[in-house]
Each structure stands twice: as C-alpha cells, then as structure tokens.
Design a binder for this molecule. Structure first.
Ligand SMILES: [Zn+2]
Length: 314
C-alpha cells in the first residue's frame, strides 16, 4: 500500500510533501480487497495526521466502493462490516472530501506499491503488536458471530455445514475470499450466484460462513425455517424486515417476507386500515364546464338529488 501527501498551491500546481509505503502483514493479506483499500486509507491518514488534522483536505482513491462507504455526506452505512465500521470511526474524525481517480491517472500513489520490494520491513516490535491486534480482532469477530447465530432458530454449526454443502454459496465464498468476482453480472451463469453480485462489496467470509455486513447469509434450505421464526407472533411486514436486517440475509429476503405476510390471514386481519395519503387538490380548470363534479345527495325525505357542480364557476 502507498500514500502520498500533496499540497496544492493557489496557482494550481501540485507539490508532493511526503511519500509512504508499507506491506500488509500476514493477517492483512487475507483481507478482502475492500478491507485492504480501507486499511491503506487509515494508514495514510495516520501517517499524515499532523498535516491534515483540523484542516479540510481531499482524499483521492482509485477504489469506487470506498467512495460510497466513506462519503462524509452519507455517514457510515449500517450494514458495513465490523472492521470497516472501526476504520470509519477513525476516518470520519477528519474533515475531508473524497474523490475517485481512475487507476491509470493514479501513478503518483501507485508507484509506491510497486517499489515495495525495496521497502524496509517494519521492525519486529511493530509486527508483533500488529499480529496481536489482529488476533484480538478475530476474537471479537468470533464472539460476534456466535452471538448472532445463537439468536437464530438454527445453530451456527448447521449454517456452517449447509454453507459448505451448498454449491451456490461455495461459489460466492470462493469469489469473495479470493476477491475475484466477475466484472459483470451477466458473466455469471448461475442465477443464484448472480443474485449476490450487487451485494459483493459487503460480503465477508468468517469461519466458513458468509456475512453480509453483520448479517449472516442463510443457506436456502433454512430460508423457510427462518421466515417462520421471523413471522412468529405475526409482527407484520415492517417489523419482520427490521428483525431480518439485524441478523439474517439472502438476496430478495424482503420479497420473501412480503410474500409471507401477504399470504397470512392473521396478518391481513391485524394490519391497520389503508395507509393515509395527503389530500391532492384538483387542478383549477381553465373555463366553465371544462370539468363538472356529479354525485347523489340524500336520501332527503326519501328523495335523492343529483347534484352537479361546475368546477370553474362553482
Ligand atoms: Zn402472520
């Protein structure tokens, strides 16, 4: 990874102030690409801290998904993985705007990653500290994984086993772990795998299970069981979706939830009267008799009156 701190003078000329580069440690090398990019960003910010803290600056990155995650205008998306959330807390304490730069025009930072073979390895103390940190982090992830899974109607081991046994999820695991998703969705022949394509940047593999942010991906054979559990007590569509959004995921899970609620009589009876909508005013017609409103009034003394009102003249 590499980072360059550049000062832009008022006349627009650029002047590099500092160059940094470093290698990923053993644990970091196993990170998915987005986590690596993110790690590099945090690294760059920390190195340049004295120059950028408290000032407004611009970050140039060549990795589009990060742009969406760390755009200070949007805040951190809820479904961002735990590790990215922690990075985000560091990153968002700076005052910055973020811009995407095409990799081809990114030579000034890219060259540093390529010169890495000549780079002096960090001293042993640093390495040990960082390994310990990683172990801690894995511990946290483990705790979190187990915590999520114990709240489900099926055990974490069953999800692990089913994930391994299910060819679609095998493929998803392979793509995510090796960061080798095809460039385009249509290149994926298996429709079930393709359904994960739009979510690929938020998928991580932890203990042989797939996570979408903090939500565990449920193998197909348990979809019905999980839906039944979410539906327990007929909480209604919104509540079911909310529950799912904190714990479980599969592509189109929301459509499945909608289907469960639509086909449930108890939910239909319990659902409130139709949604309120704000009254819309009729358009004012341009002339008399352009539009008339007609209705029966009554019964008045057992008679009905047909009332016609011209919308323009009233
Ligand atoms: Zn119901």
């Amino acid at each position: 990874m590499g980072a360059v701190l550049i000062h832009q003078f008022n006349d627009g000329t650029l002047h590099p102030i500092m160059h940094y580069s470093a290698t990923f440690n053993a644990a970091e090398r196993k990170y998915p690409q987005i986590h690596k990019e993110d790690r590099s960003l945090v690294f760059g910010l920390k190195k340049c801290h004295y120059y950028i803290s408290g000032r407004h600056f611009t970050i140039h990155i060549d990795h589009k998904p990060l742009l969406a995650i760390f755009n200070p205008k949007n805040g951190i998306p809820l479904f961002t993985a735990a590790r990215l959330q922690r990075y985000a807390i560091t990153i968002l304490s700076y005052d910055f705007s973020i811009e995407y730069i095409n990799t081809d025009s990114f030579g000034y930072a890219d060259i540093l990653s390529r010169l890495i073979a000549n780079h002096v390895k960090p001293d042993e103390d640093t390495v040990i500290a960082s390994i310990q940190l990683e172990e801690d982090e894995d511990l946290k992830i483990n705790c979190f994984t187990v915590e999520t899974a114990t709240k489900l109607p099926i055990t974490f081991t069953t999800i692990q086993t089913a994930t391994k046994a299910y060819h679609t999820l095998n493929k998803v695991t392979f793509y995510s772990q090796n960061d080798c998703w095809p460039q385009k969705k249509k290149q994926i022949t298996d429709n079930e795998v393709a359904a994960f394509f739009q979510h690929r940047h938020h998928l991580t593999i932890q203990q042989q299970s797939i996570f979408f942010g903090e939500r565990i991906v449920i193998p197909k054979i348990y979809h019905q069981q999980v839906l039944e559990d979410l539906h327990n007590g007929h909480p209604g569509e919104c509540r079911m979706k909310l529950l799912a959004a904190t714990k479980v995921f599969w592509p189109n899970i929301n459509l499945d939830i909608e289907h469960v609620v639509k086909t449930c009589d108890t939910c239909a009876i319990a659902s409130k009267s139709p949604m309120k909508c704000t009254p819309q005013q009729w358009k004012i017609p341009s002339a008399p008799w352009k539009r008339i409103h007609i209705d029966y009034a009554g019964p008045i003394d057992s008679n009905y009156f047909l009332v016609i009102i011209d919308a323009f003249s009233k």
